[in-house]
Design a protein around this ligand. Structure first.
Ligand code: HDD
Length: 695
């Protein structure tokens, strides 16, 4: 026999006694195959002699490789990259007068939720901070069944009819021949499609705004987008639009920062969500509703069934009725975040669909895609998808049936009970789901036509409303985003066509975009329907609604050998007391020797912890520390980037030469260390004209 040696972990005893890093999540017991057979050796395949061929009979090896080979399932065609968390929804105000939906009856009651946020265009392994719409999907596990509110962080959509969805998605994803770009709309095919489809214009305005570069998943609004219906006990219907409002307020990145974050931390948003929950800083949103009736809808200058339109809060206030708190990270990314299957058709009694043609198409698409993705009609039995209320019906069998139905009764009605009476689960005419039917029966009647209602042809009024609602700085960001994206388009006719469309939104915007690319201002594209003037809405601006605060934000404190120990402790405490997170950054992760002779460990090494990871920075350097860091490009860039990303900078006077080398000029956001916390809760947008040319 060949000479052999034992390669099993530890001393080669039973592996369950020698699991490295054993923690609460590591299962106890013996290692087995999927058939429950104990495995004696998990390091070596079965061979004929130590240097001989591996044997086909090695079922332990074959099973392990077989299972591994099939670990991946098709990624979502859109929204492939996502991050999710468990939590609860708590009703704060009963809506019993307008809906029978069980979760909206009793104030104070909670239902569990699982919420997944996502980018749209990129693949599952792409980055977290491209310019992109974010998905905001909530599964409510109510006592009356699962309700999925599958929304986005923008209240309108690119297209009006589901029949255009495959075209939109083909255009925005990587180009068919090239396989790039990944996770971005700045390329020919997207803008070709967008410029040919003026109905995209309103959402393009949102997409080019800072809404699509959120600071955190915790600082995004969410919207159900479509008009839905509530139905009450009398069968009366009320239209409803759903809104999520983040407790931390709306916050966005600066475009240059979001680009640099793609290098600094691909998982910036995913990590932020996970760490916030892990440290007990539970993200929270308020749920709001806009409620209205048919007469109100008829009086609006836009159609509430058109998903490219929204109703400004100034026209119809958002009534807050509950809150959602995310307080538990998934235990397993694949089993939960990847296998969760949202579907707008998952709806509960008391809520109903409207005739929005985009929504109607979605009702088919999601169930269909889940079958492809999860491979079985029984995907609803997966723990993350299974309702938390009883499920009883006579649907049977299919791939991967996980339950074992008992008895002969697999049809309804049946009289197979012991006493011979009709038995088993029966319909519930009073409490079951009923589609809303208008009393006059008019709603759903009409000829069979492939047309759109008249008001759908107004593609520009709300795009203009959005533009006029922004601050000067926000308008400059929008114009510059158009310039950035269209500058990546190689077809001159597409650039011109897009600018020609923008002339219907605002001539000034179109001119700025044309100037930014240095192309002539094209003739205005004729509008399908002349836009009307709508009053601006302050609620649509991020900057006008900013909530300066340290809570939920993190701050980098740069130290080096010789830094003042007391000053570090003071600024750190002030940040933490104000609800922020303080992160010590030093040239070496082992730390620095401070003024008091003691060593302080760092949380991050300077070269690997650039300032784009933080909402504001404090520089606590001595003369010697400053001198040493003047030769460190990472330190200079740390400050330059914090400055051009419009962040607060707190500093010691000794740090001045470094600030100077980094090009930092004094303004309201560049302050001495003692004033840092007072300045750190916000960005300094009025600094921007000093640091970059905007369109
Ligand atoms: Fe969609 C996924 C949101 C229109 C077809 N969509 C998906 C997700 C979100 C949205 C958040 C990810 C859910 C998750 O985290 O798993 N989609 C929207 C919104 C829309 C919208 C807010 C417009 C108001 N979607 C839309 C249309 C269609 C689809 C018109 C098709 C006709 N969407 C899908 C899909 C996806 C999806 C292909 C991909 C993966 C999945 O469903 O589960 O079926």
């Amino acid at each position: 026999m060949d000479k052999t040696f034992d390669t099993r972990a530890g001393n080669g005893g039973e592996t369950h006694q020698h699991v490295p890093g054993k923690g609460p999540h590591i299962p106890e017991g013996h290692l087995t195959t999927n058939q429950g057979i104990r495995v004696s050796d998990n390091q070596n395949s079965l061979k004929s002699g130590a240097r001989g061929p591996t044997l086909l009979e090695d079922f332990v090896l074959r099973e392990k490789i077989f299972h591994f080979d099939h670990e991946r399932i098709p990624e979502r065609i859109v929204h492939a990259r996502g991050s999710a968390a468990h939590g609860f929804f708590e009703l704060t105000e009963s809506l019993a007068d307008v809906t029978t939906a069980d979760l909206f009856q009793r104030a104070g009651e909670r239902v569990p939720v699982f919420t997944r946020f996502s980018t749209v265009a990129g693949g599952a392994g792409s980055v977290d901070t491209p310019r992109d719409v974010r998905g905001f999907a909530v599964k409510f596990y109510t006592q009356a069944g699962n309700w999925d509110l599958v929304g986005n962080n923008i209240p309108v959509f690119f297209i009006q009819d589901a029949i255009k969805f495959p075209d939109l998605v083909h255009a925005v994803k990587m180009e068919a021949d090239k396989g790039y770009p990944q996770a971005g709309s700045a390329h020919d095919t997207f803008w070709d499609f967008a410029s040919l489809m003026p109905e995209t214009t309103h959402m393009l305005m949102w997409a080019m705004s800072d809404r699509t570069i959120p600071r955190s998943l915790r600082t995004m609004e969410g919207f159900g987008v479509h008009t839905y219906r509530f139905v009450n006990a009398e069968g009366k219907s009320t239209f409803v639009k759903f809104h999520w409002k983040p407790k931390l307020g709306l916050q966005s990145l600066v475009w240059d920062e979001s680009l640099k974050l793609q290098a600094a931390d691909n998982d910036y948003h995913r990590r932020d969500l996970f760490e916030a929950i892990d440290t007990g800083n539970f993200p929270e949103w308020e749920l709001g509703v806009q409620l209205f009736d048919q007469a109100f809808a008829d009086g609006l200058p836009y159609d509430v069934l058109d998903a490219t339109k929204m109703i400004p809060e100034e026209v119809l206030p958002v009534k807050i009725v509950g809150r959602m708190v995310l307080d538990r990270n998934p235990d397993n990314f694949f089993a939960e975040t990847e296998q969760v299957a949202y579907c707008p058709a998952n709806i509960v009694p008391g809520i109903d669909f409207s005739n929005d043609p985009l929504l109607q198409g979605r009702l088919f698409s999601y169930l269909d895609t889940q079958l492809k993705r999860l491979g079985s009609t029984n995907f609803h039995q997966l723990p993350i998808n299974a309702p938390k209320c009883p499920v009883m019906n006579f649907q049977r069998d299919g791939h991967m049936q996980m339950t074992v139905p008992k008895g002969r009764a697999n049809y309804e009605p049946n009289s197979l009970s012991e006493n011979g009476e009709v038995s088993g689960p029966r319909e519930c005419p009073m409490t079951g789901f009923k589609t809303f039917v208008a009393a006059d029966g008019q709603e759903e009647q009409g000829d069979k036509l492939r047309v759109r209602p008249d008001l759908f042809a107004d593609h520009y009024s709300q795009a203009r409303l959005f533009w006029l609602s922004q601050t000067e700085s926000e308008q400059a960001h929008i114009a510059s985003s158009f310039v950035f994206e269209l500058s990546k388009v190689g077809i001159a006719a597409v650039q011109a066509r897009m600018v020609a469309n923008l002339r219907n939104v605002d001539d000034g915007l179109a001119q700025r975009v044309a100037d930014g690319m240095n192309i002539p201002l094209p003739k205005k594209n004729p509008a399908a329907r002349e836009p009307v003037d709508l009053p601006a809405s302050d609620a649509l601006s991020i900057q006008k609604n900013a909530k300066p605060m340290l809570e939920g934000r993190q701050f980098g404190i740069l130290i080096a050998d010789g830094s003042d120990a007391a000053a570090i402790a003071k600024v750190k405490k002030a940040i933490v007391d104000a609800g922020g997170k303080a992160v010590i950054v030093a040239p070496k992760v082992g730390g620095a020797k401070l003024s008091d002779g003691k060593d302080m460990k760092a949380d991050g090494q300077l070269a690997g912890s650039p300032s784009q990871l933080y909402d504001g920075v404090a520089v606590v350097l001595s003369d010697d520390g400053t001198k040493a860091l003047l030769k460190e490009s990472a330190a200079v860039e740390w400050l330059t980037n914090a400055y051009v990303h419009l962040k607060a900078i707190g500093h010691t006077t000794e740090s001045h030469p470094l600030l100077k080398k980094a090009g930092v000029e004094h303004d309201a956001g560049v302050v001495l260390l003692d004033d840092f916390v007072g300045a750190a809760g916000t960005r300094y947008y009025d600094r921007e004209p000093k640091v970059r040319t905007l369109a």
